[in-house]
Design a protein around this ligand. Sequence first.
Ligand SMILES: CC(C)(COP(=O)(O)OP(=O)(O)OC[C@H]1O[C@@H](n2cnc3c(N)ncnc32)[C@H](O)[C@@H]1OP(=O)(O)O)[C@@H](O)C(=O)NCCC(=O)NCCS
Length: 871
Amino acid sequence: MSASASQSVTWSEEELKSKVGQLFIVGFHDHVPNEDIRSLITTYKIGSIVLFQRNVATAVQLLELTNSLQEIARSSGHDQSLFIGIDQENGLVTRIKAPIAAQLPGSMALGATGDPNNAFEVASATAATLASFGINMNYAPIADVNSEPKNPVIGVRSPSDDPETVGRFVSAQIAGLRQGGIVPCVKHFPGHGDTAVDSHYGLPVITKSRQSLDNCELVPFRRAVAQGVESIMTAHIALPGLSDPRPGEKLDEVPASLNPKAIDILRKEMKYEGVIISDCLEMDGVRATYGTEKGAVMALKAGTDCVMICHTIAAQIGAIELVIEAVKSGELSQEAIEASVQRVRKLKEKYLAPDPIIPTSSLAEMDSRIAEQTRLASIMYEKSTTLVRSEPGSLPLKAAPEAKIVFLSPGKAPLPGGAVDSGIEKTREPYTPSAYIDILRAEVPSAKDIRFLENVPLSTTEEKDIAEADAVIFATRNASLSAYQKDLGLALGKKLGSKMVVVATCDPYDFLEEVSEIKNYITIYEPTVPAFKAAVNFIFGKAKALGSLPVGTAINQHEVRIFDGSEKDITFVYDLYNKLFPQWAINRDLLTKLLNHPSGQHFVHEHGFCIAYLTNSGHGKITCVGVAEGHRNQGIGTELVTRAQEQLRGVAYMVGLGDLKSLGIGSVFPRFWPGVPIDFPQEVKEFFAHRGFQKHTTPTARDMYRDIRQEVAPAAVLDRVSKLDLTFAPLSPDKYEECITKQRANFKQIGWVQAYERLAAAGQHHEVMVAFLPDGSQVGWTLMCSASSVVGQDFAYLPLLPSGDKTGLIACVGVDASGRGKGVGLALLVKAMEDMRRRGMEGVCIDWVVIRGFYETLGFKPYWEYEGFDW
Ligand SMILES: CC(C)(COP(=O)(O)OP(=O)(O)OC[C@H]1O[C@@H](n2cnc3c(N)ncnc32)[C@H](O)[C@@H]1OP(=O)(O)O)[C@@H](O)C(=O)NCCC(=O)NCCS
């Protein structure tokens, strides 16, 4: 370590090591704490441990394992317990299995039930199981959109191929885990669904544009962030489209997990404050490109809080040491490490019990929990089993003892000679559990079992059994990616017609499209025993198949088009708007003007509309979205908002404003509501929150109002104003140049100067009040607009205030930097109101007030109040 470098770190060696240790998530290969994990906990003060199936043998063993890991941490001086996490996604990825846990349905099975409440219930059940074993974190749910059927990593681990549906299920799963005291970790940001390369074995590159990512992959993550999800796992996938390259710029193929641009989307754009975790850095997506150890430094440098290394002690220690070196050398900032440590600490404080040790006697409840969850699961599997199609009369099959039923399923192919099994069980190997035939034989004991293999033709006996069968049940596992399954299925389908029933035990795509060859097609979304049992129950008429396909059905496709400004479109929006918002009624002329404002980017659907504007300074505003009653909850509102968002983004680029500076609910000019009125129903606010718009934590905005018929301000205020050495007069054309020059110098970034320019252009200088110093120079300005002025006409709701058409507007009050803090602003308001009263106005509105107490001294009271929501 160089002398100068050491000076940059203010922590002692021990402190540095334990801080870095808190940011590591490590795995180990044993049923009991071995030397490796002991030393990682005691020497390196590791903060989190990830368990796999390899760490699970029995219930007592698992609980004793987590207890002893916590005990080691406590006795070696950790002042907080360990996070102990696992990938208990359920379905295909179930680390804790029978007999010590009930098999619960995975995400796509839940998606097929169509009801996110089911996802909530299953996540709560999962949380109860994990908590009972001392596991406090689940690396779930999967927020990837299964938009690429060939994706070898995600597939049925995702609830659907529709981003909004994924968002709804993910949100429910987060809530269920959270309620059960388990920290959820949403993965794999920014979306692993659209790749045909498995990042365990290579670096997938997704070449989608930022806009497409916004419309698909990022949708569920945005929603999870708005929900305040505790942690997010990043993926080793390159998404060069995350930031559109400028001409001549090289595509950025650094995986998202190591890429500051990707992390910035979470931290800067979405303002995410939770814990960001990298996926395992020993996966090829990083190991084979940058190396695990260097990957750890890169991930932290990019803004990740915690890095995961699951397998190799040398890589784990190597990475920790390299990170420590990087902090010492200044490559990693001490502040950033501290910020990450604090995020982890805060999350631990919230979730971890001060005493994490769970008595083994508590396992007495295990059997009843398993029984209860098994019941829950069987209800869910009945709801998820999907009859995609069937030939009338072919189902159910009769379970008569003499029935000739043949069951065909893909078996495990023998390893080619000399090959060594790596010991890694790939999740998508196309074989099916042998337990399936037992399930079938419980119905028809004589059912014949045929395992078919790649490159091994069926025997003559098998061919004969099939030909003589009353019915053939043909199970597939990801046949769409496995030619031999596909070929045999199609050949038998052609031969057997409606006598064959295909059960796709994993991906539902296997024979989704082969309608003429495969007459009876059932999908169950996971090769688990209870999912198959539910299919068998259905096949033999003992249960229903209540699921519907969560993929390939183009959910939520609605015809939304750009508002064209025609009389027809205006009438449609006018009628629906006034029906939906009777308390905010707008007359047709005013609404027409507002809709036809050049910054408008509106959309219409047969049953809904979205009013949106792009501000001059490049902010997107979704102003008002409405869907007719009777047509809600079908995705129309979402589609309208999505299209408007897309359009605002596209137009901002086209007119040279670059990336949208923000996207919020509300409006600036023209003005409807500055945000969402606070008295709007909760479901409307949730609609926006669920679309990823986060509620502001800043004070609400208010439109303030006062009646000016009797007086414009309390006597004390008037007295104070009269003592100021200032004069006041409405703006005149000859004073405009000075006014606008000073305004531009003072308020360029605020963007209200434009209102002054518009008034002048319309010859309405007198709608501005100016404060003059004794030497005649201008020192302050305010708009004091009548409802009929060009600015007043931008405000949809002025006529709704008690003074109706005689309502004036005070806005854009500004004082030159040289004259602030001397009461000029207050005086301007008083003088403006006096002038407005002279002009026949009876009440005044000051809109979008966020400060408290100032306007109240002038007698203003809040009239309307709004909450802000921003992307
Ligand atoms: C707010 C409003 C515009 C939403 O419109 P909508 O068409 O009902 O919106 P969507 O159908 O896209 O989404 C509503 C819910 O239905 C769900 N949904 C959509 N399609 C679905 C489907 N096929 N199956 C099940 N649920 C579905 C959505 O996921 C969403 O639920 P979530 O928020 O839990 O995710 C509508 O309620 C409305 O017009 N309200 C009155 C006007 C108003 O106050 N507007 C706000 C002023 S700015």
